[in-house]
Design a protein around this ligand. Structure first.
Ligand code: SAM
Length: 348
């Protein structure tokens, strides 16, 4: 047994072999894995599910990540950029829907300078009792500091894959080294750091997934967000299939919960693009967060990172209500506090 890096909990050592063995679980072993993950979630995170309303405020991106539907090279996509005042107003709707956090996500859109973003963060914080998570990609170190000072609480930047060569192939505009330096700067700026990876990227295999699970654990994250890679038809990775064994996606989340008992683990939207109801399943296998889509309805179809994204035809008031019904059915209460991560628990 080794001590857990996040919070000194004794846990089975996260060797690649041990993780691989659990990734191979079937039958009774598989059911036991899911049950164990649910028990660990219940013990360390409780029954509460936090709603983090996501506002996808711009699909303009200067990058050409090979997997991403809003990448620069996709010339078929109509681009949009919400106005700062529209974004601030939408945060009010998030609050009305029962969210205690807004996740502000976009492509890497240079129009949103640090100054504009900080102005927006201050305004949101001045108007609403909301925690703010930023998910806006790689930025210079000084900008992370500025945005943290302006009041943003958390920052989500996935490492996507811990395999450096694969990362380089998928991200012509970055490197794993650069991505990890950004994550380090995010932590040092005082954000609650969130990261994670894409499960089932072309060029990866079960060993890669095991290494990604261990890598995510060693990053000592407040939030671990992972989802299936789903091929978008207007990208260089078009046509790549989902993993034949769909259980691998779920096992990944369950194992992450066992190794990271106190991390927030969202049931990410991409799981529902694989099959409706998957997010609800994940909440019984270790997940404790869902992210209702609060992007105004007229933009949703345009933030198509991958096909079959759920809720794109709905009114922007419906996601919160629908999720509440689903959580009631699971007998899971909605968090009314901010649901900050373990590293910030003193400031709750
Ligand atoms: N630009 C910011 C960044 O890169 O961190 C935030 C927006 S980016 C579109 C958000 C996430 O979408 C990425 O971290 C990536 O994992 C996910 N994503 C993009 N394309 C995807 C795909 N085809 N399937 C599943 N997830 C995808």
């Amino acid at each position: 047994m080794t001590k857990h890096a996040n919070n000194n909990l004794p846990l089975a050592s996260a060797t690649e072999r041990a993780v691989l063995s659990r990734l191979g679980a079937e039958g009774a072993e598989l059911r036991a894995l899911y049950r164990e993950a649910d028990l660990v979630r219940r013990k360390y995170m409780g029954a509460t599910v936090y709603l983090r309303g996501i506002i996808e405020f711009s699909n303009i991106c200067r990058n050409s990540c090979l997997y991403c539907g809003i990448n620069l090279a996709n010339k078929t996509l109509q681009r949009y950029r919400m106005k700062p005042e529209e974004i601030v107003a939408q945060c009010g709707r998030a609050l009305e829907q029962g969210c205690t956090t807004v996740v502000l996500q976009s492509g890497e859109d240079p129009w949103f300078t640090c100054e504009r973003l900080c102005g927006m963060i201050r305004e949101i914080k001045g108007k609403y009792p909301l925690a703010i998570t930023l998910s806006i990609g790689e930025r210079p170190r000084a900008e992370y500091l500025e945005m943290r000072r302006a009041g943003a609480d958390r920052y989500l930047l996935r490492f996507e894959t811990s395999a450096a060569k694969l990362f380089a192939r998928l991200h012509p505009d970055s490197s794993l080294k650069k991505r990890l330096a950004c994550l380090e700067a995010i932590r040092k700026a005082g954000f609650q750091p969130g990261s994670g990876f894409l499960i089932g990227l072309p060029g990866s295999n079960l060993e890669t997934i095991a290494r990604d699970i261990i890598f995510a654990t060693r990053l000592r994250l407040d939030m671990i967000g992972c989802g299936p890679f789903i091929a978008h038809p207007e990208t260089p990775l078009a046509g790549n299939p989902l993993l034949a064994n769909r259980d691998v996606y779920f096992k990944t989340i369950a194992i992450l919960r066992l190794l990271n008992p106190r991390a927030h683990i969202p049931a990410t939207t991409a799981f529902d693009a694989m099959a409706p109801g998957n997010r609800d399943r994940l909440l019984t296998m270790g997940a404790d967060v869902v992210m209702p889509n609060l992007t105004p309805a007229r933009y949703r179809r345009l933030y198509m990172l991958y096909p079959n994204k759920p809720c794109v035809d709905e009114d922007d008031t419906l996601c919160g209500a629908c999720l509440k019904r689903r959580l009631d059915a699971l007998k899971r209460p909605i968090g009314t506090d901010f649901g900050h991560g373990w590293s910030a628990s003193k400031s709750e």
